[in-house]
Write a protein that binds this ligand. Sequence first.
Ligand code: SAH
Length: 257
Amino acid sequence: MSLLVFDVITIFPRFFEGPLSFGIVNQAQKKGTIGIQIHDLREFTTDRHKTVDDRPFGGGEGMVLKPEPIFEAVERIYSRQLRREGRVILLTPQGRRLSQQIAKDLSTFRQITLICGRYEGVDERVAEFLVDEEISIGDYVLSGGELAACVLIDSVTRLIPGVLNNERSRVNESFGGTSEDVGSPTPSLVLDFPQYTRPESFAGHRVPEPLLSGNHEKIRLWRRRKALEKTLKNRPDLLQYASLSEPDRRLLNDSLE
Ligand code: SAH
């Protein structure tokens, strides 16, 4: 039995044929670690025209997804299993912003329902009375929740134990935090260190010397320093200087000098 089943509610079921059929998410489905079930919102309508949207009360542009088919779809999904084992999520730019930590928390559920909006959005009663939480994948507006659902499925799936072939590849990963952060009230999140592969010299650019040295301690320190530098350069918001360990501070000070 799957460790985690995603149920996706959408008006474009065929959207998901491509994005979920490659790499780790594909393997996890084949192994049966995760299950993904796509539900066509139109199948939960009761009128002849299979209407999923309507004009907004109060006037204004565009259309809004109606509440009844969405409530009906969620009810049908939970006739299959206990709702308390699952999580119902509305994808919306007005939600909490998805992070590695949120993905980690979600990876412990047995089932996750994802509701994809379209047009001007979804009748607010879905957010108010149906879902457990609203999640956004970033501060920009997409034309639909389907891409956001794929992003969430991918980021959550690779955090389920046994999904990555090499579990250690998660240890130094960006946003992972590390053991060096433990105990700090606001841990620093450090980005991954830079990676190089062959050739040793490409267009005159050489692979940094420490990586070729074979000296494990030297490599470890170099990677940590580079990870800290990259974080400071591109994402200073992630680095709480006060919560860095003493060795980290020394490494960072060395590079600032
Ligand atoms: N009028 C809304 C945007 C609607 S966009 C507003 O301004 O807040 C249409 C649908 O795309 C949304 O219902 C949502 O499901 C999806 N969507 C758009 N941007 C998103 C984002 N950043 N994260 C998650 N879902 C998003």
